[in-house]
Design a protein around this ligand. Structure first.
Ligand SMILES: [Zn+2]
Ligand SMILES: [Zn+2]
Ligand SMILES: [Zn+2]
Length: 259
């Protein structure tokens, strides 16, 4: 299994438009953050988690030209607005793309991208997708065995995923006790959101995410969905053992990992 961090930024991306701060002005490429997304690859299957506003640029940079499915975590703009660029995969494969999303958000999603789901009179090519209900128990897509969990994120919910000994969770405030119980001791490597060092009503922040890794027994924890007050070089050096910060284009090879 190979993981690519397609985007490691919070909803604004970094640099933030017009911001004169040191991180936004930094020349360190690891401080250039597109919106949060990852690709998970195994054999000939590739799963895209979310379609960020920069999805097209992200998959071009990662050399991804075919996908098996999209798993949506939730419907916030920073995780969905690249949806239209799924057309690129259809033009190549002529196969509608399976998009898994928690059923409670289907009506909102269909409304947001109405032109893809009903005849609006639009004359151009629209995304060809199969919107599918995210199972809330283990399911398979191609070679992947996926264990989804539902996590609170402010007034909405988000979906986290475990693929064997790797897990990805973004945009959650906390992990409910039953989810910690379900995943504990099973995860070698985990990518999870952390935003910054301050506080946030709807998000786990970096110290909380570090504590979550500890509770789950994660051996390698990688913190993503980062804001512009996180400087990669400075703050990555301050992370405790077994924890690091994500950056765009980072790859993680889990081929030889033993859980
Ligand atoms: Zn987000
Ligand atoms: Zn800034
Ligand atoms: Zn969100």
């Amino acid at each position: 299994m190979k993981i690519t961090i397609l985007g490691s930024g919070t909803s604004t991306g970094v640099p933030v438009i017009g911001c004169p701060c040191a991180v936004c002005k930094s020349l360190d490429i690891r401080n250039k953050r597109t919106r949060a997304s990852i690709a998970v690859q195994k054999g000939s299957d590739t799963l895209l988690i979310d379609t960020s506003p920069e999805m097209r640029l992200q998959v071009l940079a990662a050399g991804i030209d075919e996908i098996s499915a999209v798993l949506y975590t939730h419907t916030h703009a920073d995780h969905t607005q690249g949806f239209d660029d799924l057309r690129g995969f259809y033009f190549r494969s002529r196969r509608a793309v399976d998009c898994f999303l928690m059923e409670e958000y289907h009506a909102e999603f269909r409304e947001r991208f109405r032109y893809a789901f009903e005849d609006t009179g639009y004359q151009g090519a629209t995304p060809q997708v199969n919107l599918k209900a995210m199972p809330l128990n283990r399911f398979t897509v191609g070679d992947f065995d996926i264990d989804p969990v539902r996590l609170p994120h402010g007034h909405v919910n988000t979906c986290g995923f475990r693929f064997e000994n790797f897990a990805y969770a973004t945009d959650f405030k906390r992990f409910p006790a039953d989810v910690i119980e379900r995943w504990r001791g099973q995860i070698h490597t985990m990518v999870a959101s952390g935003i910054h060092f301050g506080t946030h009503k709807a998000h786990s922040v970096i110290p909380e995410t570090i504590e979550l890794f500890r509770q789950l027994g994660v051996k390698r924890g990688i913190i993503s969905h980062l804001a512009h007050d996180v400087d990669y070089a400075k703050h990555n050096a301050e992370m405790p053992p077994g924890v690091e910060l994500a950056y765009d284009g980072m790859t993680i090879d889990l081929g030889a990992t033993v859980s």
